[in-house]
Each structure stands twice: as structure tokens, then as C-alpha cells.
Design a protein around this ligand. Sequence first.
Ligand SMILES: [Zn+2]
Length: 354
Amino acid sequence: MEILLVGVDYPSPLGEFEEWFATDADCLDYLEWLRWPAGFTCRKCGGGGWRLGDGRWMCSRCSYRTSVTAGTIFHRTRMPLTVWFRACWLFATAKNGVSALALQRTMEIGSYQTAWMILLHRFRSLLSQPGRRPLSGTVEVDETFIGGYEAGLAGGRARGKKVLVGIAVEVNEPRGFGRCRMGVLDDASAASVQQFVSTFVAPGSTVITDGWPSYRGIKEWGYVHEPRSQRAAASRGEDPGGLLPGVHRVAALTKRWLLGTHQGAVSPEHLDSYLDEFVFRFNRRTSHHQGLLFHSLLTLTVGHRPVEYREVAVGHQRRKEPPTPPITPGYPGKSERRRTVRPWRQGIKIHNSA
Ligand SMILES: [Zn+2]
């Protein structure tokens, strides 16, 4: 597991970004460091290698040539890496995310509107990578309709444009909520909710639902079921809407985010990727270092293992041992290169086998 340090592994929000990523070469070096923390490693044979004049790397064993951006969202882009990085930084550090319009205005590059749309879509698509740790412990699950914000469709009859969304939220003891997951559902049938629950909630967890019949078989799916009846709550004089406070809170925040940041301009076919972005931000809401999201996005970009945020350490801690630069056989040596601020090359990631 890795411990990430602000000011070493990712920039602090206080002006470090500009200092670190002044040139495309700096950006490239950062991506290479994320992709090959111990120096270039050949994808084909695992050998080391050296950098070619055009910025690519060549394997010293099998002569395979590649670059850190090959096959990533940066592949064959016409936009300078400094612009990509700046956009990624804005996307990451805006607390509620950015719309394409806001990004375009901030970057003051009018003619790139389409590019920004693609760019935001690409960042968003990174956030839906599978393989994340499923929710566990006690988890509230429910479905709700989201969307239908198009102008002129306000009111109950907008329902045709709405999309049914499954929501799962971890319940913390004694209070508060943990992580959440959301996904578009075809319908509220037992098959649909079973697929949703088994995708996002670890078997053995306690699942709290309302009395909807589709959840009746949940014990057979490998979970402990805690159904809460709205009718029973009402007869006890309790508020039936308070039965599943976690999912209702997440649903309300999602709707507010779609209307606020994105002015409700989210088409049903793209809703899934917006939900992924919301979930990604929600699950990192307690992190005070927005630079982490920047690091995480770029890490996902170059295909490295995503980092779990609970492993993160805070502060400008340094290793006691002197830094060892990632030298690979045949590497031409760093002395000819421009002296730059590259703190990520000074700090060394702390690994353990946990
Ligand atoms: Zn090779």
C-alpha cells in the first residue's frame, strides 16, 4: 500500500501546481513517474530501457518502443500536456466539479468547446473503472428516479425523461454515512435490484431496504436482510421518509449537484457517467486535499493501480534515507536535463505488502 504525501506526490492547492507543471516535459515526467515508479519497465518483456530523442522509451532487451501516453486519454492529443493537466487540476479541485462551459470560460480557450466536452467526458469515464472495493457492513439500498430536468418538462409529467437509479450507502456506527454507489437500473424488478446489490455490496453485509417485494429474496443472494416497512413506521407515528436516511441524503445531493453544477443539462444516456463522478467525489468528501483527486485521475489515466484514500497520510513528511533516482540500464543520465521543480522525484513512495 502506498502513503501519498502532499507537496511530494501531488501538489498542494496553494500555488504548487503552477510551479510543478510549467512545461510539457514536467507533465510527461510526472506521468512517467506515476506509470513506472521504479523506472521504465517494458510492457512486453519487463526489461528496462532508455529514452529516445522523441520522448518515447525503448526497451534495452526487446527494442519495444512506447511512450507513457500511448493508449491513454492523452494519446495523439493535439492539446499540450500543460493544458490537459490544467484542466485535470480544475476538474479535481473544484469542490463540486465543473461543467464544460465553466471549464471553457476558466481556460479562456473559446474554440476548444468540443474538445472540452470530450475532455470532461474522458475524465469522467476514468472514474467508472471497475474493481473498486464493494460496500460492506450495514448498507441502505433503494431506488429513485433522477433526471427529467429539461426545460418545459417540469412537473409530474416529466417522468418519461427520468431514469431509475439504484443507490447504496454504507451506514456508520454510531452515526453518519460511509461510501456510496449508484447505478442506472432497467426497472425495479427482483432481477435488476439483485444485479445492482450483488455488484456493489459485499456478500455477508446487512442490507436495509424498504418493503418493496423485489428485495424479498435478498437472503438467498447472500446477505442479511433488514426490511423496514413504511406502513409500520407510519402506524408508529414515525416519518416514513426517514426510514432510509442515507439513500435519501445521497439522492438529494445528487439531484442538487446535477441541477447546480450542470444546470440539469444531463441527458439520460449520459447519466451513468455523471453518477460515477458524483460517487467518486462523494466517497472522497472527507479528504481535505483536493490534489489527491488530481493524482488519482492521472494515475487512472496511465493505467496504474487506483489508490485507496483511507491509506493517505497528511503532511510534508520526508524519508530519512537519501533519495535514489530511478536509474534504468542505458538511461542517458539526468545531468543534461534542465533543473526543474520535480518533488515527486525526491520523495520515495513507501510500500508495504499489506
Ligand atoms: Zn522489452
